[in-house]
Design a protein around this ligand. Structure first.
Ligand SMILES: NC(=O)c1ccc[n+]([C@@H]2O[C@H](COP(=O)([O-])OP(=O)(O)OC[C@H]3O[C@@H](n4cnc5c(N)ncnc54)[C@H](O)[C@@H]3O)[C@@H](O)[C@H]2O)c1
Length: 118
């Protein structure tokens, strides 16, 4: 582990991260080596948050998401998995069943996003 970048190889998700404390937290996680998924219900605030993260050299996925909407949160996890990880090689993804595929992808994202997963 790089002691200057202890979160290298990890992906962190920060909600309500367009301005304020969330943006500062996202920036701090990026400086510690993580790549970021940054979400806010206010889409206009996301460009500045992305800039704050990318200035550190980290990758940043911005997502407009209302975290009180569980379907929107699931879609955000799918987007995160598509951007930052392949589904596990052993996953059985049933192409004829959209729900099963979604669960697999959300599961993959949850693993990646869980602290210490990598
Ligand atoms: N700033 C402080 O000094 C301070 C001190 C103590 C506690 N807090 C609390 O910490 C939290 C963050 O503070 P802040 O100053 O960064 O606030 P902020 O208002 O600058 O940022 C909050 C962000 O959350 C977003 N948001 C609101 N509802 C959302 C939803 N359903 N889904 C996704 N995003 C949503 C907003 O669009 C906004 O961009 C607040 O709850 C605040 O009350 C702040």
């Amino acid at each position: 582990m790089n002691s200057m970048r202890p979160l290298a190889g990890r992906v962190a998700l920060v909600t309500g991260a367009g301005p304020g404390l969330g943006r500062a937290l996202a920036r701090g996680l990026a400086e510690a080596g993580a790549d970021l998924v940054v979400c806010d219900i206010n889409e206009a605030s996301l460009a500045a948050a992305r800039a704050a993260v990318e200035e550190t050299g980290a990758e940043c996925l911005t997502v407009r998401c209302d975290v009180s909407d569980s379907a929107a949160v699931q879609r955000m996890f799918v987007e995160a998995a598509e951007r930052f990880a392949e589904p596990p090689a052993s996953a059985h993804v049933r192409k004829d069943d959209g729900d099963a595929e979604l669960v697999q992808k959300v599961g993959a994202a949850s693993e990646i996003l869980r602290p210490g997963a990598r």
